[in-house]
Each structure stands twice: as C-alpha cells, then as structure tokens.
Design a protein around this ligand. Structure first.
Ligand code: SAM
Ligand code: SF4
Length: 469
C-alpha cells in the first residue's frame, strides 16, 4: 500500500476550535438550557453549542448537562447496554506512537501474532463465556495486510462451539487504501473503527514520529476512504490525554459534520478512551493533558448531547466506579470480561502483560459485569440482528424511526440476554437476570409483541437458539 496524501485537505479548523473554546466559555444558564432542549428534540448540535457545554464550570450547570444526557439516553435508547469483547490478533507494529505499549521502539513488549489455531482457541474461549460480538484489533505491520485481516475475520466467523458462535466482528486496524477496505469489507465486518488519537496536527506530529502513522492526513482521510469502499458503518475516536479534551471533542464533532456533509451519514459510534499505563511506556504514566474524572463525565455527557444519533462506546480502560456512573450519560456499548494481551483468552499467564497494549481498569468477568448491570436495571444485550437482517446503521434507525427500539431493540436484547442466561451464566446472575426479563417483558405495551416475545422466550427455554426480530 502506498500512502498518497495528494488532494487530501484537513477538515479540522484548528484555530476556529481554539477560538470557540475561549469565546463560548461562561455561557449563561438560559443558553445552556436552550442547547440541551435542542438536543432532546433530537437535533445534532453545532460546534458553538458544543463548545458552550464543554466550557461550563459551575457545578449546578454541569449537573444540568449530565441530567440532559441521562434524559436523552432514557428517551431514545432505553435501558439496554450492548456487550462486546476485544480480540487482539497481533502486536507487531512499525509505528512509534509514544503512548502505546506496542510501539516499535518498546523493547519490553513481547511480540506475538496468533496462529490460525490460536485464533480459533481464543475465539472458542470467548464463545464459551457467552460473547457474540467482538472487535478484532491489530498493530500496524505489513503482515496484517487486508487479505490477512479478512482471513482472520473469516476464521472467527467460522468457529462454532457448542451452542455458541460469534455473530458480529468489528475491526480496529490501521488505515487502508480504498482497495484494502474493499477486501476487508468482503469478509463481512460490522464497524470499521479507527481513532485519530489527537486531532491537533502539531501535537499529532510530535507523538507519531515514524512509520506510516506519522501522516496526519492519511489517517484523517481514512474514514472517507472506507466510505468510498462501501463501508458505511464507521467508528470515530480520540485518545484523551494527548491534547486538550475540549479540542478533541469539538474535532470529533467536526469529523462527524464532515462525514454527514460528504456522505450523508455520520459515524456509527464514537469512542473517547483515556490513556492508561502501558509496559515500558513512561509517557502513558503521565500524559500531558490528563482528563480528570469530573471532566470525563462532562465530556461523555456533552458528546451524548452533541450527536444524539450515534452510539457511544466506553471501554474497560475505565475503572468500575467510573463505568457505572458514566453508563447513565448515554453510553450504548461496553466491553466486558476483556483481555488485551495477544492470546490471553485461551492462555493467560504471568507474561501476558508484556504482550498487552496497556493496563485495564475494569477486570471483572463477563458474568460479574452482567450481574451488576442486571441488578442495576440495565438489560445486557448481545443483539446482532440489524446487521444480519441487513438493517445497517441501526443506531440511526433507533434514533430516527419512531417505535424502532420497542419493535426491535428491546425484544432482541431480552432474547439474547435469555440465551446468555440459559447457556453461560452463574446461578446468581441467572436469578437476577430472569427476574429482569420477566419485568421488562411485562412492560411491553403492544399485546402482540408481548406475546410474541413470551413465545420466543419459551422456545429458547426449550432449546431453540439465535431467535431475533
Ligand atoms: N494499530 C492500530 C492503530 O493504531 O490504529 C489499531 C489498533 S491500536 C492497538 C488501538 C487503539 O488503542 C489506538 O488507536 C489508541 O487510541 C489506543 N491506545 C494506544 N495506547 C494506549 C494507551 N496507553 N492507553 C489507552 N489506549 C491506548
Ligand atoms: Fe502501533 Fe497502533 Fe500502538 Fe501506534 S497505537 S504503536 S499504530 S498498535
């Protein structure tokens, strides 16, 4: 693949963003109220409005924003949380991103790439705890070619074990050219996710000193190329801690607007990971723009309100207490039971951290996370139905089609949750989960839908699997 940035122009207006952060600070309460109301009426916010939310310092006004995000989540998305796991395929990397444990200059990183047999073993381990959705993660290296990525995705889809299988594979991999994206798409991937890391070009250049990733523009343009290759299910993100988080949130919004304007469709998901410590990586112990927990809450709530139609992903980088709280501000997907060392799911040992990209904050098992979610009234969902039924862009439909959540999302969450409880859960999770399913089924207003769900739940109990609407 040849990197060619000719003709690519940045759509990130650096100076405008810096100016907005200054000019929109100290917005009065009435303006903050109006902006929240605009979002609750299902409108994407404009950059000046997002800047006003981000700049709020007054604790009461901040609380109003958090409440706005809670309300939006409740009104549009309900109480489901989609669960997935990351699967690290290989940590070879030719880049030197200063914050990452996989960077080429890190002598403490033990390099590993799963063989086909190991990939099958790891996939089986994930299937055996109940996972249905994965994100496969790759370093950047010539061996992880588009053909290789497509082949590994196919291997995962082909792996079946007992009642289980992986039904949706998303990928997080280095940017490809259009032809490369076509090859990857042909393996039936769900979302193609890539993080710009920082949208501040000058900072980006310092933190990515060598390798193909040193080209800011090639990376910035990657989702455009994916879209041109026919992948319209895209995940944006920025790594929080490299530059001012307010700048990054506004830049994520500008990226969203760019995709909307050029392709008529915005991102499917947005991620906002904070930097975590990594082996042999001093930079990550003390990132220059660390985001405090309080600011992180405002960051998530502001993103929720700014792009109401997009799914928000919160990863196990965050500690349990933060995850529990931030879930309420509009997060739609979390990973659980995650391991991020190459080959860890099948064989975890004391050396695993040397093959890991960074250190996780939430190391609970999938079953423990599910138990806590269900106890808190959230319906854990492994739903993959829209993607398999050809209803792509489910988040947009949830958002735009009246009644969509009631007709598809909630029933499918209940069915996939029941499947998990029958096949994989502990007794304590099953007890709490079955009760929640009963309560939530009783709440379904439409009589036909309610009896249909009850019928499918009974079929599930009798042994049928993979039922969905
Ligand atoms: N190598 C590909 C790339 O850089 O796009 C894809 C995979 S990379 C393993 C996935 C993401 O992990 C990166 O985009 C980066 O945002 C994140 N990451 C790297 N180092 C991290 C750290 N120390 N803490 C948290 N996230 C980190
Ligand atoms: Fe390589 Fe990605 Fe890590 Fe950068 S973030 S060193 S490209 S694995």
């Amino acid at each position: 693949m040849k990197i060619n940035t000719e003709g690519i122009k940045s759509f990130i207006p650096t100076q405008t963003i810096e100016d907005l952060i200054v000019s929109e600070s100290n917005a009065p309460e009435s303006r903050i109220r109006d902006i929240i109301a605009k979002s609750l009426a299902k409108n994407r916010l404009n950059p000046d409005e997002t800047a006003a939310l981000l700049s709020v310092k007054d604790p009461e006004l901040r609380e109003m924003i958090l409440q706005g995000a809670r309300d939006l989540k409740k009104q549009i998305y309900g109480n489901r949380i989609v669960l997935f796991a990351p699967l690290y395929v290989g940590n070879e990397c030719v880049n030197d991103c200063v914050y990452c444990g996989f960077r080429i200059s890190n002598k403490e990183c033990e390099r590993a790439t799963l063989s086909k047999e190991q990939l099958i073993q790891d996939t089986k381990s994930l299937i055996d705890v109940g996972h249905k959705r994965l994100i496969m993660v790759y370093g950047e290296h010539p061996i992880y070619s588009p053909e290789y990525i497509a082949e590994t995705v196919q291997t995962v889809y082909d792996t079946k074990h007992d009642n289980g299988e992986i039904r949706r594979v998303n990928i997080n991999a280095a940017p490809l050219d259009i032809e490369g994206f076509r090859i990857v798409k042909s393996a039936g991937i769900g979302t193609y996710q890539i993080f710009q890391e920082t949208y501040h070009e000058e900072t980006y250049k310092k933190l990515h000193p060598r390798g193909p990733k040193s080209s800011f523009l090639w990376r910035l343009d990657s989702l455009d190329r994916a879209m041109q290759a026919g992948i319209d299910d895209l995940g944006l993100g920025a790594l929080m801690g490299l530059y001012d988080w307010k700048f990054e949130v506004l830049a994520l919004l500008y990226h969203t607007i760019h995709l909307e304007e050029r392709f008529g469709v915005g991102p499917h998901t947005i991620s906002f990971p904070r930097i975590e410590p990594a082996i042999g990586t001093e930079f990550a112990d003390n990132p220059p723009h660390r985001v405090s927990d309080e600011d992180f809450k405002l960051l998530v709530a502001t993103l929720r309100l700014s792009v109401p139609y997009t799914g928000l992903i919160l990863t196990a980088r965050e500690p349990v207490e933060i995850r529990d709280e931030v879930l309420e501000y509009g997060v739609s997907q979390i990973d659980a039971g995650s391991s991020i060392g190459v080959g860890d799911y099948a064989h975890k040992d004391d050396e695993s951290r040397k093959k890991s990209q960074f250190v996780l904050g939430d190391t609970r098992s999938l079953d423990d996370v599910i138990y806590e979610l269900a106890k808190g009234g959230h319906i854990p969902s492994f739903c993959t139905s829209c993607y398999r039924a050809g209803r792509t862009g489910e988040h947009f439909m949830e958002f735009a089609v009246p009644g969509f959540v009631k007709r598809f999302c909630t029933p499918n969450a209940l069915l996939t949750f029941a499947e998990y409880l029958h096949d994989y859960s502990s007794e304590r999770t099953k007890a709490v989960g079955m009760k929640l399913i009963e309560q939530e089924t009783a709440k379904i207003e439409d009589d036909n839908m309610r009896s249909s769900v009850m019928e499918k739940l009974a079929q599930m109990k009798a042994g049928t699997r993979d039922l969905y609407y």
